[in-house]
Design a protein around this ligand. Structure first.
Ligand SMILES: NC(=O)c1ccc[n+]([C@@H]2O[C@H](COP(=O)([O-])OP(=O)(O)OC[C@H]3O[C@@H](n4cnc5c(N)ncnc54)[C@H](O)[C@@H]3O)[C@@H](O)[C@H]2O)c1
Length: 273
C-alpha cells in the first residue's frame, strides 16, 4: 500500500515500545489512527500526546486476546473513522525459561496474546478490509524469534513461528483481494517487553523468572523508531517479511543449511536396516 496519507491505521499494543513508535511514525505520514491497548491510562496519555502534535487519534481500550474486544474495536474504527486501511497486529508479551518448566498458564497467556491476538485481529478486520474494496494492508508483528528458537525463549518463539506461518498463508489468501500482508520480525529492541508480566492476567498466577536472556539481548538492542521506519518501507513495498537489521542472518542461514542438508538426505534412497 503506497499511499498512507489520510488513510486509517489501527495499531494494537500502541501504548508502549514498537507500537507507540509505529503510531507516531504513521501519524507523521498523515494517517488517521485508532490506537488499542490493554493498558488504559498509558493508552489515553499517549493518544493525547499525539493529538497535541496534530494527529487525529481514537484510543480504544482492547484486550487483543478477547474476540469481543477485537470486534468492538473494529466496530468503533469503522463507525468513528469510516473504515480501516492498515491493521497492525502488534500487541505481544514475552516469557522466558526452559520449555519443560513452563506451566499450562504460561502457554495460555503467551499463545492467547501473541498468536490468537494476531489471528483475531486478522479474522475480525480481514473480511471488512476485503468488503471495503480499497487498498489495504495487514502488518503482523512476529519477531526474529519467529525464525530462530532457543536461548530460553522456546515458548515465545513457538508463538512467533505461528505468527510467521499464519501470515504467510494469509498473504496468499488475501492477495487476490488486494489486501497485502507483511510479517514484522524485529531483532532485540529496547522496550518495556522485559516487564511484559505487568499485563499477565491475575487469574494465571505469577509469571516465573526467566527474562535474563531478553534483558541481555535488549541491552544491546535497537530502538523502536528504527523498527517503525523499516515497517513503513515494507508496507509501501508490500514486503512479505520485514526484518529490522541483519544481525541474525548467519544464524537464520545456518538453520536453512540444516534444512537443506535434511532435504538432500531425504532425496537419497532409504534402505532397510
Ligand atoms: N522488544 C523486542 O526486542 C521485540 C523483538 C521482536 C518482537 N517484538 C514484538 O513487538 C511487539 C511489541 O512489543 P514491545 O517490544 O514494544 O513491548 P512493550 O511491552 O513495550 O509493548 C507491548 C504493548 O502491548 C500491550 N499489550 C500486552 N498485552 C496486551 C493485550 N492482551 N491486549 C492488548 N495490548 C496488550 C502492552 O500493554 C504494551 O503497550 C510484541 O509483539 C513483541 O513480541 C519485540
Amino acid at each position: 500500500m503506497k499511499e498512507l496519507k489520510d488513510r486509517v491505521a489501527v495499531v494494537t499494543g500502541a501504548a508502549s515500545g514498537i507500537g507507540a513508535a509505529l503510531a507516531r511514525a504513521l501519524a507523521g505520514e498523515g494517517m488517521r489512527l485508532a490506537l488499542a491497548d490493554v493498558e488504559e491510562p498509558a493508552l489515553a496519555a499517549f493518544a493525547e500526546t499525539l493529538r497535541g502534535a496534530g494527529a487525529q487519534v481514537v484510543a480504544i481500550p482492547t484486550d487483543v486476546s478477547q474476540r469481543r474486544d477485537v470486534e468492538a474495536l473494529a466496530d468503533r474504527v469503522f463507525r468513528e473513522l469510516g473504515g480501516a486501511h492498515l491493521v497492525c497486529n502488534n500487541a505481544g508479551v514475552c516469557q522466558g525459561g526452559p520449555l519443560l518448566e513452563m506451566k499450562d498458564a504460561d502457554w495460555e497467556w503467551l499463545l492467547n496474546v501473541n498468536f490468537h491476538g494476531v489471528r483475531l485481529g486478522c479474522s475480525v478486520f480481514g473480511p471488512r478490509l476485503v468488503e471495503q474494496g480499497e487498498p489495504a494492508h495487514i502488518l503482523n508483528t512476529a519477531s526474529v524469534g519467529g525464525w530462530l528458537s532457543g536461548g530460553t525463549l522456546g515458548m515465545y518463539s513457538t508463538t512467533k513461528y505461528a505468527v510467521v506461518g499464519y501470515s504467510e498463508a494469509l498473504a496468499m489468501e488475501l492477495e487476490p483481494h488486494g489486501v497485502g500482508v507483511s510479517v514484522l520480525c524485529p531483532s532485540f529492541i529496547r522496550t518495556a517487553l522485559t516487564d511484559a508480566a505487568r499485563n499477565r492476567p491475575a487469574a494465571l498466577g505469577t509469571a516465573p523468572a526467566g527474562m535474563e536472556f531478553v534483558e541481555a539481548g535488549m541491552a544491546q538492542g535497537g530502538v523502536p523508531e528504527d523498527v517503525a521506519r523499516h515497517a513503513i518501507r515494507g508496507i509501501r513495498e508490500g514486503a512479505p517479511y520485514i526484518f529490522t537489521d541483519a544481525v541474525f542472518e548467519p544464524l537464520i542461514e545456518e538453520r536453512f543449511q540444516r534444512a537443506r542438508a535434511a532435504l538432500k538426505r531425504a532425496a537419497e534412497p532409504v534402505s532397510d536396516a
